[in-house]
Write a protein that binds this ligand. Structure first.
Ligand code: PMV
Length: 351
């Protein structure tokens, strides 16, 4: 079938500083979260439409990952599109073909839902705008707000991937325009030291996640510490917003590490319980702490819901931190694997 229109987006992953863990309703967060947008970890997704062979209301979808048809991903996207068809009528009007790839290997232990779902949401909003240019107009801020909203429906953390540098999702009384429905840009608010912040991802294990985040969020419904956690997240948010604005690297680091450890502790005390670190994670955390104590360099870590470490440090101490990583930490990484990433400029449309 002849291709009628095609849109393509590259969209990055992000790493949460204050974590989203626990949700309700239609992917609404139990507490606000804030993240750095990454640079080198991204997805590239294209969405093409062609004439449909029949005039039914079914969604006709082909999904290719790394150029190969992928039925497991197709099922996930199909169920998402069924939910979104009332908002994007073209989903049932045309035959759809999606191609997606990630810059990082599928089995790197790096979650791809934030980058892939944000790339897909950007494609949906872009295609809609191209099909109905007069109605949707060209307001950039509105476009990204809408993309963030639909990225959220795909995967909560994906809502934060559509903005450069830093992004905030969920209502906080510190910021009037904050919302549970979509993320807002925070890049312009951060001090210049954070605009090129380094994020070296130390791959302790490339295995698939032990627990899906869907299950993790669900476990917060019965976690006995949930109420205290949501309160703590709100106060950490307020402190983090001020640390990011002021360029207070130490305060930023202390909150970031507390958030990472809290996320893991919450999983350890859920029923059923889960241990998401492995011995390499623990060994690296201990070495990072001693390095910081001995050298007084502001090197802090965070973790996603898995064993890999995201080491965060300012660009101007790269020459001190990289030799430390190579000499002390890389031996704990699976096959010595490290992704040398940093804070990034946000998504781009691919021509
Ligand atoms: O977007 P989800 O549903 O995969 O949840 C992600 C949750 C964490 O990555 C652990 C934290 C966060 O805020 O990104």
């Amino acid at each position: 079938m002849k291709e009628l229109k095609k849109v393509s987006w590259r969209s990055p992953s992000n790493i949460a500083l204050v974590k989203y863990w626990g949700k309700h309703g239609n992917q609404l967060p139990s507490n606000p979260s804030i993240s750095f947008t990454l640079d080198k970890c991204y997805s590239e997704t294209s969405l093409a439409i062609s004439e449909k062979e029949s005039a039914d209301k079914d969604i006709q979808l082909k999904f290719y990952f790394d150029k190969k048809e992928n039925l497991a991903f197709r099922i996930k996207i199909l169920s998402l599109f069924e939910n979104l068809a009332k908002d994007f009528p073209f989903l049932t009007k045309y035959a759809l073909s999606i191609h997606s790839t990630n810059s990082f290997p599928h089995s790197s232990g790096i979650a791809s839902s934030a980058s892939s779902m944000s790339a897909l949401a950007l494609c949906l909003c872009d295609l809609e705008a191209k099909l109905k240019p007069a109605k949707t107009g060209a307001d950039k801020a509105k476009f990204f707000k809408k993309a963030s909203h639909y990225a959220r429906i795909g995967s909560g953390s994906a809502s934060r991937s559509v903005y450069p540098i830093a992004s905030l999702w969920g209502e906080t009384d510190r910021i009037k325009s904050s919302s549970d429905e979509h993320a807002i840009p925070f890049g312009e608010d951060v001090h210049k030291v954070f605009k090129k912040y380094q994020n070296s991802i130390l791959i302790a294990s490339s295995a698939e996640k032990k627990v899906s985040s869907r299950v993790g969020h669900q476990l917060m419904k019965t976690n006995p510490f949930a109420k205290a956690r949501f309160k703590q997240a709100n106060s950490n948010m307020a402190e983090m917003i001020s640390a990011l604005r002021m360029g207070d690297i130490e305060k930023f680091g202390v909150i970031t590490e507390t958030e990472a450890m809290t996320l893991h502790a919450l999983m350890m005390c859920s029923t059923p319980n889960f241990m998401l670190m492995n011995p390499s994670t623990v060994a690296m955390i201990n070495k990072i702490k001693s390095f910081r104590e001995q050298t007084k360099q502001p090197v802090y870590f965070t973790l996603d819901a898995g064993p890999n470490i995201h080491l965060l440090y300012p660009e101007n101490i790269k020459h001190k931190v990289i030799p430390f990583i190579q000499a002390e930490l890389s031996e704990h990484c699976e096959d010595g694997r490290i992704i040398w990433d940093q804070v990034g400029k946000g998504p781009v449309a691919i021509k």
